[in-house]
Each structure stands twice: as structure tokens, then as C-alpha cells.
Design a binder for this molecule. Structure first.
Ligand code: BT5
Length: 325
């Protein structure tokens, strides 16, 4: 019931909504409305109460869940959501919910105690400082085509950060960087048959308001938050709102099998292309120049002998980024 009231308040934006309307819509007494509002306030929501006018939700720039209540009703991304104050990993939670939730659902949390990177690595997810979310996606594509989803997420994040004024770039395959340091990591996990996916869990972590001291020692030269770029506290709600809108746009293209725009965006905003790279591939280190992205999102590398090869996943170090000199 408390969530229903929050949803009502959030969806009426800056307008007051009377206690009477809330009590009618929710089918509870005015006293019960007051009690729930009081609980919401104790949770940290800023709610203004004015006699004869009713209640309204103020700014709440840092209450991530309110963003979902305000989304246009025709959205796929965020059509359903699960908000958790704290969780081990939103990817793990999303996997558990995947069969019961529709395409485009989002699991989001203020804090992850065991945030996951690729290949068993960790993702540092300081409480209240970033956007830690997982999308549950069910596109009708094959496993081979699913590589595009990581590029789609990279494009969505990069585009949202650029709209917010940051010079963000995509480091293939799954990082977004600002000033040569990692501001976002993406983790795609899939389930299904080679010909048809059941679902993909697409985890996205964006560092928003960390100070350097919020990161563990080994990340200090490698990671960055948006706040560290210009020393200003950022509205996580604003970044989340921009991100959900851009993901909606790019995901619709994936579903229509019309991915050229995504690849074009990734090419135009790549931190990898035209640079020397080292790739760990089949236990070998390959050095060469990153020259292009394929239509599926693979990376084409040209080695010193002029031979080209396509890499579909792996560890890529780019000269000039994260200390590769
Ligand atoms: C990734 O892996 O970059 C994928 C990260 C995905 C995180 C999201 S958050 C929501 C969702 N739920 C999860 O549990 N995960 C997803 P990888 O390319 O393997 O990079 C991992 C490496 O990045 C680590 O080994 C660290 O070196 C570094 N790292 C860890 N936390 C970081 C942070 N907050 N910012 C920048 N770098 C970080």
C-alpha cells in the first residue's frame, strides 16, 4: 500500500493530491493514508503536506524508485521494476525474477554487497553513490546475435552521459570511460538455446557520486565517478532517467533487427577504434590496431603483418587507457 501511495504521488509530478483522493483510490481510511505517508517520510522521501491541498512529492533527486513511477506508460524498459535498498547483486536478483517478469523489467538497488564483474571479478558498488541495475530482456534473437546487447547498453550509457554533458566514450566491449577512466561496466548473462534466447540479464553499473576515497585502493587510477569530473554532486535520478530513455530507443532497434544506428554510434564514440590494442585471445596476446566494429558488434583488429581478425569477446587493453603505455 505504501508503494501504491508513493506511485500516486510520483505520477502526479509536482501537483498536490488530496488525502481524500488517495484514500479513495487506495480504498483505505484517511488515517491510514496519513500513517503510510509518515512511513514514507521516515524512509527519507520528502513529502510536503498542506492543509486543504493534500500531499506532494518534492525533488527527491536521490530516491531512484520515483523515476520508474514517472515513466511514460508505453515504455518497455522499466515497464516493471524491482527496487531493493540493498542486494548481493542485481544480476543475481534479476535472474531469479526473469521468468516471472516481462521483457524490459529493471532490478535496481542503492547498494550491492557482492556486485559482479565478468569472469568472477567484482564490481565495487558504494551505497547510494551510483546506479546499479539489471535489465531483464527477452528479445527474439539468437545467442550469436546477443553480442549486440552489450553494445546497445554501451551506446545507451554513453549517449545518456553525453546528454548530461560528459565526454564519454565506449571502450570495447563493455566499459564506458570518461577521461580515460572507467565510469561504467556492463555485464551480460544469457540463458537459452543457440537459436533462441530465453532471456538476457544486462547489468549496468555507473559511478555517479563517489569521491576518490570511496573506491578501493587498486581502482583509484582506473575508476572515475561523474562527481570526480567536475566536483559536483550529481542527481542520480536525472542520470537514470536519461539512461532509461536512451535504452528504450536502442532496445527498440535491437528488437526490429535494425542495429546499424547502434553500431554507428559505437563507432563514432569509441575509445578503442584507431588505437593500438593488446588482446588476450585463446591464451595468446595479440597486438595490433583496432580498425572497425562489425555489424554484430565484434571488433576487427589488424596485426603488424596487415592480417585482420574479428574478436567477439575478450580482454582488450587500449593504449592510453588504464595505464597501458
Ligand atoms: C564489468 O566487468 O565491468 C561489469 C560490471 C557490471 C556491474 C553491474 S552493476 C549492476 C549489475 N549487477 C552486478 O552484480 N553487476 C552488474 P569487468 O569488465 O570484468 O570489470 C571488472 C573490473 O572493473 C574489476 O576487476 C575492477 O578492476 C574494476 N572495477 C570494479 N568496480 C569498479 C567500479 N565501481 N568502477 C570502475 N571500475 C571498477
Amino acid at each position: 500500500m505504501k508503494r501504491k501511495i508513493l506511485e500516486l504521488l510520483a505520477s502526479s509530478h509536482d501537483h498536490f493530491i488530496s488525502g481524500e483522493t488517495i484514500s479513495r483510490v487506495c480504498g483505505i481510511s484517511r488515517a491510514a493514508v496519513w500513517k503510510h505517508i509518515d512511513h514514507l517520510k521516515k524512509e527519507g522521501y520528502l513529502i510536503e503536506a498542506v492543509t486543504k491541498k493534500g500531499y506532494r512529492l518534492l525533488g527527491n533527486d536521490d530516491m531512484l524508485e520515483t523515476v520508474f513511477f514517472r515513466l511514460p506508460k508505453d515504455r518497455v524498459i522499466g515497464s516493471s521494476h524491482i527496487y531493493l535498498e540493498e542486494v548481493g547483486s542485481t544480476n543475481v536478483e534479476a535472474k531469479a525474477a526473469a521468468l516471472d517478469y516481462p521483457d524490459g523489467s529493471v532490478v535496481i538497488s542503492d547498494s550491492q554487497t557482492s556486485g559482479k564483474g565478468r569472469l568472477g571479478r567484482y564490481w565495487d558498488s558504494a551505497k547510494g553513490k551510483g546506479i546499479w541495475l539489471s535489465l531483464i530482456l527477452k528479445p527474439r534473437i539468437s545467442m550469436a546475435e546477443a553480442m549486440i546487447l552489450t553494445q546497445m547498453a554501451g551506446a545507451g550509457v554513453c549517449d545518456a552521459l553525453k546528454t548530461a554533458g560528459y565526454e564519454a566514450k565506449i571502450k570495447w566491449p563493455n566499459d564506458v570511460v570518461v577521461q580515460g577512466r572507467k565510469v561504467c561496466g556492463i555485464l551480460a548473462e544469457m540463458s537459452g538455446e543457440p537459436e533462441q534466447l530465453n532471456y538476457v540479464i544486462l547489468g549496468i553499473g555507473i559511478n555517479v557520486n563517489q569521491n576518490p576515497s570511496d573506491f578501493p585502493e587498486e581502482l583509484r587510477n582506473k575508476a572515475i565517478s561523474l562527481k570526480m569530473v567536475d566536483s559536483e554532486e550529481k542527481s542520480r535520478n536525472l542520470i537514470l532517467d536519461l539512461l532509461l530513455e536512451r535504452l528504450e530507443h536502442y532496445y527498440a532497434l535491437v528488437k526490429n533487427k535494425d542495429t546499424a544506428e547502434i553500431i554507428k554510434f559505437c563507432r563514432n564514440n569509441s575509445a578503442t577504434l584507431d588505437n593500438q590494442v593488446k588482446v588476450i585471445y585463446n591464451d595468446k596476446i595479440i597486438e595490433g590496431k583496432a580498425i572497425n566494429l562489425t555489424e554484430n558488434g565484434g571488433l576487427i583488429i589488424e596485426d603488424q603483418t596487415g592480417q585482420t581478425m574479428e574478436i567477439i569477446s575478450g580482454e582488450v587493453s587500449v593504449r592510453g587507457i588504464y595505464g597501458y603505455v
